[in-house]
Design a binder for this molecule. Structure first.
Ligand code: FES
Ligand code: FES
Length: 169
């Protein structure tokens, strides 16, 4: 019997359900970018080494270049495009506090690594609201930045932790 060329799947992305027909070998990164037009997650290495494709799957960082789209079925996918909406009481156009901290502390230069960095930071701060610098560096150790030298990114995450404490609903 020949294998089906495409499978019907339902993906829950940023709170919206999408019915899709996808070839079984397509990655979540490909489907997010090419089928759903969500280009925030970037393809750097494509083999799991750089973290620029990171999204949150059920709140945990996942490399979308190594995740098949069908593996994400039935799970909550959060990309950088949907992050701000997760912040309760946010006004229109307002950023998530972690995004604000990255902008203010210059954790973003070219921005290629930023979606993955920010989502990884969000997951860290969810589990560890007051991380030490060492914990931040450990959490970000799989995320590659070609621009910043990391100091400003680490500073941004520590500032984001402070900010989240202040604005906690
Ligand atoms: S593009 Fe996925 S880890 Fe580099
Ligand atoms: S800001 Fe350019 S790769 Fe990190």
């Amino acid at each position: 019997m020949s294998r089906p060329r495409k499978l019907p799947i339902q993906l829950q992305v940023n709170g919206t359900a999408h019915e899709l027909l996808v070839a079984p070998e397509r990655t979540l990164l490909e489907v997010l970018r090419e089928d759903l037009g969500l280009t925030g997650a970037k393809e750097g290495c494509g083999v799991g080494a750089c973290g620029t494709c990171t999204v949150l799957l059920d709140g945990k960082p996942a490399r979308s270049c190594l995740t098949l789209a069908c593996e994400a079925e039935g799970r909550e996918v959060l990309t950088i495009e949907g992050l701000a909406e997760t912040w309760p009481g946010r006004a229109q156009e307002e950023l998530h506090p972690v995004q604000e901290a990255f902008v203010e502390r210059h954790g973003i230069q070219c921005g290629f690594c930023s979606p993955g960095m920010i989502l990884t930071a969000v997951a860290l701060l969810d589990e560890t609201p007051r991380p030490t610098e060492a914990q931040v560096r450990h959490a970000l150790s799989g995320q590659v930045c070609r621009c910043t030298g990391y100091a400003k990114i680490v500073d941004s995450v520590l500032a984001a932790a402070e900010r989240l404490q202040e604005v906690k609903p």
